[in-house]
Design a protein around this ligand. Structure first.
Ligand code: GRF
Length: 192
């Protein structure tokens, strides 16, 4: 299974995928390219270090988002991917993009969807006094964070948690959840 990853920043989920791939744990899936919409994304260096081709494609260099999304499609498709993995990609993708990659596009979100779609998920979980939160891997559709759920993991919230400590605990869980879903997709254990 050929994977193209889209990132915007930290790339810790990308690093987890690269590590699983390096240890032959991704079920034969292979990251064939990493694309970032920001040049400063640390994830680009992680990909470089793993000798995975990278590309920066900034939406600021296009007249509008539709032109950007179409250029992105054109570039991604040169890699003939089976799966597009959003790993901290911070732009909302157009309907055309999402339709083009129907059932080939997945995302990881730091909450137990359908709870806390959108941003500031940890802050909202803390403010609500929740005892646990988690992360969700889901198919991407044109409605943000609303596609079918593939798999979730629960993470406890501790009394002394801050947004930062909770984010770190959830990210840690994401780093097993995302690679395991991709492995299982690659092995045909999850239906597309
Ligand atoms: C993660 O929390 C993920 O759930 C969300 O964006 C963050 C990306 O983190 N979609 P990183 O860039 O993988 O470190």
């Amino acid at each position: 299974m050929r994977i193209v990853c889209l990132i915007s920043g930290g790339g810790t989920n990308l690093k987890a995928l690269i590590d699983w791939q390096a240890n032959d744990l991704l079920g034969g899936a292979r990251i064939v390219a990493v694309i970032s919409n920001t040049a400063a994304a640390p994830g680009l260096e992680r990909a470089d270090n793993a000798e995975i081709p990278t590309k920066v494609l900034s939406h600021h260099d296009f007249p509008n988002r539709s032109a950007f999304d179409h250029a992105l499609i054109e570039f991604i498709d040169t890699y003939e991917p089976d799966l597009i993995v959003l790993a901290g990609f911070m732009l909302v993708l157009s309907n055309d993009f999402v339709t083009h990659y129907d059932r080939r596009l997945i995302n990881i979100h730091p909450s137990l969807l359908p709870k806390y779609k959108g941003l500031n998920t940890h802050k909202r979980a803390l403010e609500a006094g929740d005892n646990y939160t988690g992360a969700t891997v889901h198919w991407v559709t044109s409605e943000v964070d609303a596609g079918d759920i593939i798999r979730q993991v629960e993470v406890p919230i501790m009394g002394e948690d801050t947004e930062e400590t909770l984010k770190a605990r959830v990210l840690d869980a994401e780093h097993t959840l995302y690679p395991s879903v991709i492995r299982d997709l690659s092995l045909g254990l999850i239906e597309c």
